[in-house]
Ligand binder design. Sequence first.
Ligand code: SF4
Length: 329
Amino acid sequence: MKKELLKVNDLKQHFPIKGGLLGRTVNHVKAVDGVSFTVYEGETVSIVGESGCGKSTTGRAVLRLDEPTSGEVYFDGENLLSLNKREMRAKRKDLQIIFQDPYASINPRQTVRQVLEEAIVIQNVIPPNEREEKIKELMEKVGLGAHQIDRFPHEFSGGQRQRIGIARALSVDPKLIICDEAVSALDVSIQAQVINLLKQLQREMKLTYLFISHDLGVVRHISDRVIVMYLGRIVEVADKNSLFENPKHPYTKALLSAIPVPDPKRKKERVILTGDVPSPIDPPAGCRFHTRCPFATDKCKEEEPELRTTDGMSEQHEAACHYIEELSS
Ligand code: SF4
């Protein structure tokens, strides 16, 4: 039986908006507004959606980089939101994050040796006399070579710097790594190399990934399961093949229709979404997607659809739409 490594229940992240002379809270940005999902040990679950859908905020809230407004985040059976600061710091050994821009999260005045050593010292996981060996081993593991440990970050290319970011995340032997747009800034060929490295490390080290990306091509390559978010809520979740071959939610269909097809003979019908994503300060009533959905009815404007499954959908495939059956036929 698959083990639940991460279980998120009704997670909310509402950021206050201050206003007036007294700087009182006048409203909230509901960046994440009640998301629930599970990540099983050893799998890669991706979160996709347009910019502003709440995917990166979800990742940060899971790690408590921003303190969530409410909800539960169970990691290995323990609710992270009930831990005090010291306990959470210790827990971060098991949960690491790789950011889009490793340069922004690496001190440019430190050599790679110092960057990796710092992560190891903070978590105090390896005795001092074994650290040098560990750092060299990490450099080999991410394909940079131990001979480069005394170089500075600016001496590496973008792809190599992302490998340093991966080595830093691996330095404390984590169980779960959140990859937040980790390959988005890289050229396509370098992207493929870094994704292959992540997959290889996953096999070797039994890692679990929560992969946050707006790039569906990359998501298709790396994921076991995919979560689609829109305006702070999950609108569809499925295993990769079901999501890409048999999407159910109109928003997912629109996202997928925008992926370029490499075969010029194969025509694909592009679904163009009209209008902008509404403001997360005051999301639309009913189905949040109704202001852009070509199939919206009066019911959609009033009743919020729950995630659900129906005949013809694979196990663990759910979509939040009132008209899954009608739109499938
Ligand atoms: Fe569109 Fe209505 Fe389905 Fe929402 S519930 S996705 S508005 S058809």
